[in-house]
Design a binder for this molecule. Sequence first.
Ligand SMILES: Cc1ccc([C@@H]2N[C@@H](C)[C@@H](O)[C@H]2O)cc1
Length: 448
Amino acid sequence: EVELKYGADRLGKRQDPAMQKFRENRLGAFIHWGLYAIPGGEWNNKTYHGAAEWLKAWAKVPTMDWLELMKQWNPQQFDAKKWAKMAKEMGVKYVKITTKHHEGFCLWPSKYTEYTVANTPYKKDILGELVKAYNAVGIDVHFYFSVLDWSHPDWRSSIKTQEDSIAFQRFLTFTDNQLKELATRYPTVKDFWFDGTWDASIKQNGWWTAHVERMLKEMLPGVTINSRLRADDYGKRHFDSNGHLMGDYESAYERRLPDPVKDLHVTKWDWEACMTIPENQWGYHKDWSLSYVKNPTEVLARIVHAVSMGGNMVVNFGPQPDGDFRPEEKKIADFIGKWMKKNSECIYGCDYAGWEKQDWGYYTRKSNQVYMVVFNPPYSGQLTVKTPKGITITTAKTLTGEQTQVTETTRNEYNVSLPKNMPQEPFVIKLEVKDAQKTQDKYREALT
Ligand SMILES: Cc1ccc([C@@H]2N[C@@H](C)[C@@H](O)[C@H]2O)cc1
C-alpha cells in the first residue's frame, strides 16, 4: 500500500448506531429544487432536452442573467408540512435536499452570499421549514451540497495561475463557512451528500476534502458523508490509491445500478444509488414527453434491486416553481407508498441475501428470513430457488400469510409454487431458512 495522508479514514463498514440507521432506512427521496425550476428547461422560447437543473449551461446563460431569476422566486403553494406528509405516505425514511446546486442559489439564508432565499420575494428559510417538517414526522434529513458553484467569482475548475490558486483558496474558505453554517443552523441533519467535485481544482486539493469530512464529523457526531466528496493525495476519487472506499458509503450509482451477477463486489461495502423518474431530469422540467418516464413498477424494481445488493435507493422529485409537485410524481409516490404499506418488511433493515439471482425477481434478507420479491412470475408456476451449501428452506408463505408449496427438486434447489390467488402487482414470499453450518456450531459449542 502507498502512504496516504488523505486516503480512507476507516476500513470496512461503519457499525455505529447512526450508520446502522442510515443502512436500515434503505429508501429515501431526493428533492432537487432551485431557480432552475422557474424556467423548467426553457430559455428564450427554446426548450432544451438536457437536465433542467443544468439549463444555465445548455443555454449559456451569463451568471448575472441567471440569478435575475431570484426576483421570480415566490413559491406560493409551498407547504413543508404537505411535503412531509407526502414523503411519510410514500414510506421514505429520509429525504436528501439540495441546499445549493451548481447555480449557487441557497435554500437557506446564508450570510456568506447574497444569492439566497432571503433575497427573494419569498424571503423565508425554506430549508429550515423542511428540516422541521420532515423531522416532525420521523423522517431523517440529508443535505445535498454542490461544491461547484457557478455564482461565485472565486470558483475555478482548474488551477492554472498563482491568481487561480489564491482565488480558489478563498473559495474553499467560503465553502467551509457555508458548511459550518449548515451544520450549526440545522444540527439534526444526518448526512451530507456532496456533488460538483469532479473538477481538477478539487482533485488536486484532496487534503481539503478530507478536512471537510473530519470537520463535519467533529461538529455532528454520527453524520454520514458520501464518497463523492473525497479525493486522496493523488486525486483518486471515491476509492483511494490503495482501493479503500473513502467517506461512509459509495455514491457513484447515479441513474444506474450494479449488475446482480457481475457486480457482487458492492455487497462488501455500504452504497446508495439515486435515480430520476424521467431518463435524466433532476430539477423540474416543463416537458416530460421528451424522454422515457419510468412507470411506478419500474421505479419499485430499482428500489428492490438496490436493497437486494445491500444498497439504499433515493428516488428523485423535482418540485414545480410554485412549490407543489407535478401529478406524475404524486402518482409514483402514491404507488410506492401503497406497496410499501403491504410489503415494507422486505425493504427496511434488509440486506443482500447471498443467493444466486433468479429471473423472477430479487432476494432480500433480514437475519434468517429471506424474502423473494417477485416481479416476473413464470408460466411454469414454479419459482426456482437455489440455496447456498448448508442452507435449507423450512417454510414459505406470502406476507398475507398464504402458504406456498416448497419442493426440493435436487440438492440445494427448490421449486416454490406461486400463491393461488396471485396479486396483480409485485409480491413477496417470505422464507424461513435453516443454516446447517450455524446450528452445527451451536451444537458443537454445547458439547465442549
Ligand atoms: C455530468 C453530471 C454532473 C452533475 C450531475 C448532478 N448530479 C445529480 C445528483 C444531479 O444533481 C445532477 O445535476 C449529473 C451529471
